[in-house]
Design a protein around this ligand. Structure first.
Ligand SMILES: [Zn+2]
Length: 401
């Protein structure tokens, strides 16, 4: 999309949204007039929002909130600070999402001849029903499996020779172990996938050389980004949203290629429209030339959450990224690690990484710390392996006692 076209769409949406009490109040407080938004730079003056703001709106305008649209035909729920919050979808919203998903699935090589099955949940949340709409729009024969026991699911997949599966990667792995053999494309989501070292290789070992498509979506908006068959990162769903990456502490928009918090704006959405919404998810956006034609891409997938950030040796460290790097270790159980940060006697920080599991040997450990240096820009001072990690938090910071 050309920049002028993008600005025009954003201007129109900002104008529409300024009629809603939620946004009217925010614009007034920030001294923002919709007609002042003439460039992407001006757009950055609009204050960021998050789930706490949505919660507050629900309390001020009970029970539906001011982002309810009278043409709503679907209501899904999304976890919020005080419980589940409604997300409204009008018919136009549903059709736009269906069409964007169908376009993205087509770019992965899916066609009407495919038989697709979905193991995501269909109740309450956005995932199952939304993905289903995309496959149906494309003309696939679509089976709403929902989550279930792996043996029965495998039987159904094999019986109907399902070719396309949408599932959590961990459940897909179980299905491969149950002997599912007709799948040629997996649409994975709901868990970290392409950002986890070695995860795709593990699935290809189990299924054979199938297409593995990672995706990223939220309870408030799905899809946000998805891979195409080139598997070069997650392309932003830019027919639906405008995506920015900001520095979590300051909210300043970061240049392409820098790691920061994903912030998105709905371009045309009518129900629960969000404007510069903070996701709390960390990623890197780059503009690439993909043969499929998409450019804006989250090249490294979703790397972790902003609310777990610790500054160590002057570098921002997000512990869940460590988890992703540890996954290729043969004896590692996800989440079984601890970061201990303590002051060094001569000044500076000491970073100890403890991992539950067998020691893979010094060469493997060295390889791991090299990868950490490369990806996290920081190397632990010491890595230790232990049979059982004591109970406690993932990160212990003893610097400020
Ligand atoms: Zn592509």
């Amino acid at each position: 999309m050309k920049e002028a076209e993008k600005i025009k769409i954003l201007q129109d949406q900002v104008k529409r949204l300024s009629a809603l009490p939620f946004y009217e109040k925010r614009f007034r407080a920030g001294g923002i007039k919709p007609e002042d938004i003439r460039s992407l730079k001006d757009f950055q003056n609009i204050p960021l929002m998050d789930t706490k703001d949505l919660q507050q709106d629900l309390e001020e305008y009970p029970p539906l909130g001011s982002l309810f649209h009278p043409d709503t035909v679907r209501v899904t729920l999304s976890p919020g600070p005080k419980g589940l919050m409604p997300v409204y979808h009008t018919r136009q919203d549903v059709e736009e999402v269906n069409s964007e998903l169908a376009t993205m699935y087509r770019a992965c090589g899916v066609g009407p001849e495919d038989i697709a099955a979905i193991t995501f949940g269909y109740h309450l949340f956005i995932a199952g029903i939304t993905i289903h709409g995309g496959f149906e729009t494309l003309g696939c024969k679509t089976i709403p499996l929902g989550p279930g026991e792996s043996q029965r699911t495998a039987e159904i997949l094999n019986r109907f020779k399902v070719t396309v599966l949408a599932s959590n990667p961990s459940f897909a792995l179980k299905l491969a172990q149950e002997g599912v053999n007709s799948i040629r494309l997996l649409f994975a989501g709901g868990e970290p996938f392409s950002s986890v070292e070695g995860y795709k290789e593990k699935l290809r070992q189990a299924f054979g050389p199938i297409g593995l498509i990672d995706s990223y979506g939220l309870g408030q908006s799905t899809p946000v980004a998805r891979e195409c068959k080139e598997e070069r990162g997650l392309h932003v769903a830019d027919n639906l949203i405008y995506l920015e990456v900001v520095e979590p502490e300051t909210g300043k928009v970061l240049p392409a290629g820098e790691r920061g918090e994903v912030v998105f704006t709905h371009l045309r959405r009518q129900g629960s429209p969000l404007l510069r919404f903070r996701t709390g998810d960390l990623s890197v956006m780059e503009h690439i030339d993909c043969p499929c034609g998409r450019k804006a891409t989250l090249t490294k997938g979703v790397l972790g959450r902003t609310d777990e950030m610790h500054k160590v040796k002057g570098v921002k460290l997000y512990p869940s990224q460590i988890d992703h790097l540890l996954r290729p270790l043969p004896d590692y159980t996800p989440g079984k690690y601890r970061v201990m940060i303590s002051p060094k006697p001569g000044g500076g920080d000491h970073f100890l990484l403890s991992i539950e599991g067998k020691n893979p040997g010094s060469a493997e450990t060295e390889k791991l710390t090299e990868r950490m240096k490369e990806i996290l820009l920081i190397r632990p001072d010491k890595v230790e392996f232990m049979a059982k990690l004591p109970e406690g938090p993932k990160v212990k910071d003893e610097r400020y006692k």
